[in-house]
Design a protein around this ligand. Structure first.
Ligand code: FAD
Ligand code: NAI
Length: 468
């Protein structure tokens, strides 16, 4: 390790931190990245986005083989799940990708320090690994320490019977039954994985509907679809206690607004009621870095905290807890430190729920536009009228584009359907360029393709859809 000061020390090697480190090195800054995990990639690569998507893919294949192959004239006998192999593949994907980041660090000459980072003073970070301590200094420190599972009162996570997402990604056998507390993104994704593999899954959601914050029409369709797939959903219900015993976990639930309590029982309970900022052991108080009442670190437009030279990005600063949002912030932050004009357009950050069908969104929902008093037009197109979706026998859902009534500018897009996460991306680009629905509608789309449903929704927004 070099004795000379760094230009930048980044604490946290998740999508925010590692991408910031690479951008920092590209900008010619001498960069160190400290993470207490031995592998890079943070929550996303190690216990989040990547392992969950690996299991979603495997379990989707299984479900297709079980329920769809016969329709295609493919007969399968003796179909069964080998969970050990499935988990092994997931672990290998994670290993390869985290090693890939280590390679990128070497390539970009970034100093990777494994240990817990503590800011002992502005410009100084103490890195502790076991009994070893070392102090490194830099002109700039970036906090990218991410988030952790939010606990739920009365429900103690043991990662065996009562698990967080981390435990749910490594169960050693398919449970007969699973109760998911929280009908958000994690609950629906991981609930889908275990349902497809054979568990009876019940989602208990506190609010009146799952996926709070998403467009209401999409949420309605999603609820119908998940129920059709066999997932039970209990909305407006709160969990008051959980008791794990040999035969399973017993939950006491009651209506969210109060009322008669009932008991639910399951082999496994997944707690997925959100995540909270993680800044333990960082020494924020001593360094004088302010946090808000929920523990998030407030920053200015340059991602600088209240202390000069100390910056923060990613989950730890709040907003959407998404890997790509953290990455964009990491890049913008480094560019600002280097005197450039990095910027994140928070109005055009997509969000995707990787269930089947996928659910994707960007920009405003219809409810938000109504609340803001914006006059808008809705253009909708169902996948049942899309030839590729029909050819694929994967035609559930629709595309919904919201555009400004006066200017035709695209204000939002909400998709539930096959490959929605990829399809939304063209609308994100259109919004980034402040494009109109007509711009999307007049763009040639390859036929047959599910993206034609996006074009048709844009055509519908200007009153001239062809295929409905
Ligand atoms: P993190 O990825 O949390 O990284 C922070 C890192 O900092 C960690 O490695 C931690 O070890 C390290 N650290 C913390 N404190 C210290 C310290 N004092 N010293 C040294 N190191 C420290 N987002 C998506 O966009 N798409 C998805 O599909 C998706 N799926 C998800 C699935 C699950 C199950 C979960 C839990 C999350 C998922 N997310 C997804 C959210 C995504 O993982 C986070 O938004 C993202 O990882 C945030 O990046 P970050 O860099 O801010 O923090
Ligand atoms: P979430 O915020 O998406 O959902 C939590 C759900 O739990 C909400 O529906 C909420 O109303 C409900 N809830 C809260 N308290 C409850 C209670 N006491 N009882 C019952 N329900 C309760 O949080 P989640 O799913 O834990 O995910 C955390 C973060 O990780 C999210 O912010 C998400 O952005 C990110 N993530 C992103 C993914 C993606 O982009 N595909 C995948 C997984 C996670």
């Amino acid at each position: 390790m070099s004795d000379t000061p760094f230009d930048v020390i980044i604490i946290g090697g998740g999508p925010g931190g590692y991408v910031a480190a690479i951008r920092s090195a590209q900008l010619g800054l001498k960069t160190a990245c400290v993470d207490k995990r031995s592998t890079l990639g943070g929550t996303c690569l190690n216990v989040g986005c990547i392992p969950s998507k690996a299991l979603l893919q495997s379990s989707h294949h299984y479900e297709l083989a079980e329920t769809e192959f016969a329709n295609h004239g493919i007969e399968v006998k003796g179909l069964k799940v080998n969970l050990k192999t499935m988990m092994g593949r997931k672990d290998k994907v994670v290993e390869d990708l985290t090693n890939g980041i280590a390679y990128l660090f070497k390539k970009n000459k970034i100093e990777h320090l494994i240990g817990s980072g503590k800011i002992t003073a502005p410009g100084t970070v103490e890195v502790t690994s076991g009994k070893n301590k070392q102090t490194i200094t830099a002109k700039n420190i970036v906090i990218a320490t991410g988030s952790e599972v939010a606990p739920l009162k009365g429900v103690d996570i043991d990662e065996k019977q009562i698990v967080s997402s981390t435990g749910a990604l490594k169960l050693t056998k398919v449970p007969k039954s699973m109760i998911v507390i929280g009908g958000g993104v994690i609950g629906l994704e991981l609930g889908s994985v275990w349902r497809r593999l054979g568990a009876e899954v019940t989602v208990v959601e506190f609010l009146d509907a799952i996926l709070p914050g998403m467009d209401a029409e999409i949420v309605k369709q999603a609820g119908r679809t998940f129920k059709k797939q066999g997932m039970k959903i209990k909305n407006a219900t709160k969990v008051t206690s959980a008791k794990a015993a040999k035969g399973g976990v017993t939950l006491t639930v009651e209506p969210a607004k109060g009322g008669k309590a009932e008991k639910l029982k399951a082999d496994i309970v997944l707690v997925s009621v959100g995540r909270r900022p993680y800044s333990d052991a960082l020494g924020l108080k001593d360094a004088g870095v302010a946090t808000d009442e929920r523990g998030f670190i407030p920053v200015d437009a340059h991602y600088q905290t209240n202390v000069a030279g100390i910056y923060a990005i990613g989950d730890v600063i709040g907003g959407a807890m998404l890997a790509h949002k953290a990455e964009e912030e990491g890049i913008a932050c480094m560019e600002r430190i280097a005197g450039e004009a990095g910027h994140v357009n928070y109005g055009a950050i997509p969000g995707v729920v990787y269930t089947h069908p996928e659910i994707a969104a960007v920009g405003k929902t219809e409810e938000q536009l109504k609340a803001d008093g914006v006059e808008y037009v809705v253009g909708k197109f169902p996948f049942s009228a899309n030839s590729r979706a029909r050819a694929n026998s994967d035609a559930e859902g629709f595309v919904k584009i919201l555009s400004d009534k006066q200017t035709d500018r695209v204000l939002g897009c909400h998709i539930i359907g096959p490959g929605a996460g990829e399809l939304v991306q063209e609308v994100v680009l259109a919004m980034e360029f402040e494009g109109a629905a007509e711009d999307v509608a007049r763009t040639c789309h390859a036929h047959p393709g599910t993206a034609e449903a996006v074009k048709e929704a844009a055509l519908a927004a200007i009153g001239r859809a062809i295929h409905i």
